[in-house]
Design a protein around this ligand. Structure first.
Ligand code: UDP
Ligand code: MG
Length: 317
């Protein structure tokens, strides 16, 4: 590694006013201590506070800080996608602006990269400030994802990781609209290793990931990486039909032997409700996949850049 090796830090920001100064005060000394060329690509994801103004002020102090302002809030996954497309480094490290990802881990990641790994995952040692119900939810999601998808997701890994240029190029060339980055990162493979880190508390503000947002995020992830929810209904249907057939035979024999007894209203209504429910669930899941296909087919851009500071090179595809 020489002076001409460049690393790019990619930071999506949405209403992070209070964190910005703290973040750069910790990040910049770490980067400056490396004998490397570096840049920080900040993506202002349509913040409604003065995040952008503060970023511009940071850039005046340190021109290696580059800014991409999106035209509105597109969500973290897409902001990250934009950042990866404009990053020019030989290695790219996405990280959060709320200081949950300690910058001090970066030199350790670079050491692993120098050893020849293409992806270096930062694995959370312990999650501070997480309730047991949050832990339970996370575990349930990972369990289900691993059962259903062709690639397992690494545990306790967020978006904080180092990616070699060749991995970034491949991710940039992936056309899908649903950017479940965790899944995409896992899907591309390559030589991976991991290093542990302790995730800190968010400095200022609240996490943007509320319960329903997380639920929909998890569902999106599953649907994007598995068609099992579509196929499982064939199995459920066959099992139910099998039982139904067996039951018809039993009823027939009974009727032949003992004649018709009191008609079973309950059993009929239960059967109808149950099957109706199963059909509606199936339709809902089908709808979700059809909606997904619709979105992919529309082919709209993933994000729209309103303005950029310090980034003149075209988007790498
Ligand atoms: N973020 C973003 N767009 C959004 C939501 C979040 O760019 O719509 C950024 C946010 O500013 C932060 C990072 O994504 O830098 C992680 O967000 P947050 O801390 O809310 O998520 P969590 O750490 O709970 O996963
Ligand atoms: Mg956070």
């Amino acid at each position: 590694m020489t002076q001409s090796t460049r690393i790019s830090i990619v930071v999506p920001l949405f209403n992070e006013t209070l964190n910005i100064e703290l973040f750069f005060d910790r990040l910049v000394p770490v980067l400056a201590s490396l004998a490397l060329d570096w840049e920080v690509i900040c993506i202002d994801d349509g913040s409604r506070d003065d995040t952008l103004a503060r970023l511009i002020r940071q850039r005046e102090k340190q021109p290696r800080i580059k800014i991409l302002a999106l035209s509105r809030n597109f969500g973290k996954e897409r902001a990250l996608t934009a950042g990866l497309a404009f990053a020019s480094g030989d290695a790219v490290i996405p990280m959060d602006a709320d200081l949950q990802h300690p910058p001090e881990v970066i030199p350790l990641m670079l050491a692993k990269w120098r050893e020849g790994f293409d992806v270096v995952l930062a694995v959370r040692e312990q999650r501070t400030g997480q309730s047991w119900s949050e832990k339970l939810r996370a575990r349930a999601f990972y369990w289900l994802f691993d059962k259903l998808s062709e690639v397992p997701l690494p545990r306790e890994v967020g978006d904080f990781r180092l990616l070699d240029r060749k991995v970034v190029d491949i991710i940039n060339s992936m056309p899908e609209r649903t950017r479940f980055m965790k899944g995409i990162f896992a899907w591309v493979g390559f030589r991976q290793t991991s290093i542990p880190y302790v995730q800190e508390e968010r400095q200022y503000g609240e996490s943007r990931m509320g319960f329903f947002k997380l639920l929909s995020f998890a569902f999106d992830g599953l649907v994007a990486f598995s068609d099992y929810p579509l196929r499982v209904w064939a199995l459920v249907g066959s099992v139910i039909s099998g039982f139904a057939f067996f039951y018809v035979v039993v009823r027939l024999i009974r009727t032949l032997l003992y004649g018709i007894d009191v008609p079973g209203y309950e059993s009929i209504i239960v059967t109808i409700l149950f099957l109706g429910g199963v059909q509606l669930i199936t339709l809902g899941i089908l709808g979700h996949y059809v909606g997904r296909v619709f979105n992919e087919v529309k082919g709209r851009p993933l994000y729209i850049v309103r303005q950029r500071w310090g980034i003149d090179q075209p988007e790498n595809d």
